[in-house]
Design a protein around this ligand. Sequence first.
Ligand SMILES: Nc1ncnc2c1ncn2[C@@H]1O[C@H](COP(=O)(O)OP(=O)(O)OP(=O)(O)O)[C@@H](O)[C@H]1O
Length: 490
Amino acid sequence: MQNLTAVEYTFFSKFIRAVLSNPFTDERKILSDLISKNYFPEKDSKVHFFKKLQPLLNENIDKLDKRGFKQLSDFSGMESRLIYFSYIVAIYLNFVDDFDEFINHQSNNKNASLAFPKGQEILVQLEQRGFSAKESLRLLELYYQFRRAYLFLNNGLVGQSQSMAKLRVELWNNLFTFDVPNYHQSLWNQMEDFSLFILGETGTGKGAAARAIGLSGHILYDKNTGCFRDNFQDIYVEANLSQYSENLIESELFGHKKGAFTGAFEQYQGLFNQCKLNGSLFLDEIGDISENIQIKLLKVLQERVFTPVGSHKSEAFHGRIIAAANQPLQELRQNNKLRDDFYYRLCSDIIEIPTLRQRLSESSDELVILTRELVKRICHQEDENIVSLVIESLNKHVSKDYHWPGNVRELEQAIRRIILRGSYHGDTLRIQGNNSVDNIMQLMADSNIDVKELTIRYCQSLYEQLNTYEAVALKTNLDRRTVKKHVTGE
Ligand SMILES: Nc1ncnc2c1ncn2[C@@H]1O[C@H](COP(=O)(O)OP(=O)(O)OP(=O)(O)O)[C@@H](O)[C@H]1O
């Protein structure tokens, strides 16, 4: 039984091919351009592809309705697959603005109500089209997750360079896999075992990427109350492991019982406990933890249980681990900073964040795009005058092949410096060899340096020669964390 005309079949096929592709891929762009060219020859690139196509999609579905084909069960074979996805997308598009409003409200207010009034209406529309009550519920949750992921990846990680485009594709796949229908059918609540390991130099945006993933997790909807179960800000927990001392880290991660050790006056909920069902726990600077803690984390990843300090009772962990390190993977593994067994548990997916210099070398627009976004965040509003001031100053004072050792974080501070002082000249400590032995000796000869500054300069000078924090730590007898603090100034 065939209900679609040849023209309709072609339209739905093209549309669904585009819709099912990763929204950040070239494939999506090529297919969207093709459809736009076919159906909208008058080019209007400002209007988003979906918004532009929505009336056309609805028009095609209306025509079918008028011919009496109103439900999934009215179609069969290949047609039913096309109509299945077309209904899903058409209903999604009817409510995109409501999702945006809801997400915006939740972003600005951690205690915002979790009620999503349009939820019931969406469920009714899906069920009217013949989706089961159970599938309708999952689709509503998927809509919400999709929209968050799209917004957080698109707006939270700006940049048009090739490597940023690739990064967004990889992050999207990390959330939904490369095959969304498969994710929707069977994986949506099975993602906890898919750990993610993010690599990249300091300040490249590992935390920003982890956050975008963490805020985009699946959230259940309660039909009876009309509420989503959590605010998305509560399903993401982050911890910088280098900030905890060896004897505190275990209790920070796993919590402790009252009286577990001297000073444990109250029971304490650790980070693993705070991480909710389908949530994510971001463990930053994973290369800085001891072997003992790695073994304990490995156990959680393997057995999905952890034991608070001083307790005999194991507790279940249902979240997903996102780990990050700013040392190159080879260095981490060769120097035994990361045990093999732990690494193999973490490496379901490894994503590398590009350096700022790579991004700048790939796209001449990258600096302006990033500056515009960072100025907006710093000034809490768009300000093209400041953007121009920053770009002019950087073009004048920072050489084209400047290394940007602090990456995006350095650019952020450079912008602040330019707003304050009118110029930024790069990381002068590194550029001008301020830490040369001669320079430091001169400061000592002039009695012009205190011990703290001397230690900092000495660490920086050694780091310029030896290139790793470990090597500097070995030479100075300081621990790696202290060395890193001295070298990066953070
Ligand atoms: N693509 C991007 N678009 C907008 N802002 C970005 C981007 N990448 C990074 N940032 C911003 O740069 C700053 C540094 O990023 P982040 O803290 O995520 O880096 P990191 O790699 O985790 O650093 P570290 O290794 O030192 O922890 C943050 O304010 C982040 O929001």
